[in-house]
Ligand binder design. Structure first.
Ligand code: DNO
Length: 346
């Protein structure tokens, strides 16, 4: 297991010199944020990121994310040109020594929450999701602020985009994903890169938009579209775990050879399609983190792991889910679990 930490570049209030002080931290997970979605990342920007990481004693082997342009997910007229740009990014990242590219195939909205700062009895706060609150939101009316969402759309642009998606049901989205994978996976193979799709967060459709990367059956279908190691998964416990039907340790054992990147975090399920994010340890939430890490260790997992969203604690302010302190506690917990599970003293 290689322990990594997400870093949002120069604008991130968390610095590389802080990240390197987390015990056993091997590298950062980052991206070029200055290039618009769909365009090719300048080689100089990729090299600069790598250099910044390395000068802080950290590797840069995982990219999260190279975003997939909506035209590709829609199967629109620009899709093939944009897929070609995507392939070029994969080649460039492979040349720069990147081993894993995380991406997702969620229409319009990336991860979705109804609250950015739910306050807990201990005074900490975290992200939370309440289905009823989300259903009352009207994204097309504007004024919506979501953590993982590209807010560069104006309200009319968003309305037009949502309108186009009315013609895209789950099967159409599968078809567009298939077209994408058939073009990108051979390039990833040649470039020494493993593609790792991130599950939909939360793993169900909303606002009439389809979501398909949600459960064991669908992950199996996805992996069979191109049966190559380069067509792999980012196993995000908090995303998949929001549906209690998903048996996470079982899924890890089933897909182990195709899991290249793991996002470890815990959530507390507070109702039907409602959850809040918690500290990483098992007793803090609904997910059995021991059983999850155990399934990875038993499967001989040697890919990349990162602590995922943390709470805001000790008065920290910053990017929702991505403060320093609670994620660092999560990293230490993951290391402790890993050592206790894998160490064999004779
Ligand atoms: C949220 C993240 C996601 C993830 C993308 C991958 O914190 O897990 O935004 O980076 O969905 O493309």
């Amino acid at each position: 297991m290689k322990l990594t930490f997400r870093w949002y570049g120069e604008e991130d209030p968390v610095t590389l010199s802080q990240i390197r002080q987390i015990p056993c931290m091997s590298g950062i997970v980052s991206a070029v944020y200055s290039t618009p979605v769909g365009e090719v990342w300048p080689q100089s920007a990729i090299a600069a990121l790598k250099q910044q990481a390395e000068s802080n004693g950290l590797s840069f082997e995982v990219v999260e994310s190279v975003p997939v342009h909506e035209e590709i997910k829609l199967g629109g007229p620009q899709a093939s040109r944009l897929i070609e740009n995507y392939c070029e990014n994969v080649r460039r990242l492979g040349q720069a020594g990147v081993k894993v590219i995380c991406y997702n195939f969620m229409p319009v909205f990336d991860w979705l929450r109804s609250e950015l700062k739910r306050v807990h009895p201990d005074g900490s706060n975290s992200l939370a999701y309440d289905q009823q609150t989300v259903l009352k939101m009207n994204p097309a009316a504007g004024g919506l602020s979501l953590p993982g969402w590209d807010e560069s759309y104006s309200a009319p642009e968003l309305q037009a985009l949502l309108k186009r998606y009315e013609a895209v049901d789950e099967e159409a989205l599968w078809k567009n994903l298939e077209t994408f994978l058939q073009a990108v996976i051979p390039v990833a193979e040649e470039s020494g890169v493993k593609m790792a799709i991130h599950p939909d967060d939360p793993p169900w459709g909303m606002f009439g938009l389809p979501r398909i990367v949600t459960c064991e059956e669908n992950l199996r279908r996805l992996l069979s579209i191109v049966d190559s190691e380069a067509n792999g998964l980012t196993f995000c416990t908090g995303s998949l775990g929001a549906n209690p039907q998903n048996d996470l340790p079982r899924m890890i054992r089933a897909f182990a050879s195709r899991i290249h990147f793991v996002h470890l975090r815990n959530i507390r399920i507070t109702g039907d399609r409602c959850f809040e994010e918690t500290a990483h340890p098992t007793p803090c939430g609904s997910l059995d983190m021991y059983a999850i890490v155990r399934a990875l260790a038993d499967s001989g997992f040697d890919g990349y792991v990162r602590p995922d969203h943390g709470r805001m604690i000790w008065g920290e302010e910053g990017r929702p889910g991505y403060g320093l302190y609670d994620r660092a506690l999560g990293a230490a917990y993951i290391l402790g679990l890993w050592e206790a599970i894998t160490r064999r003293d004779s």
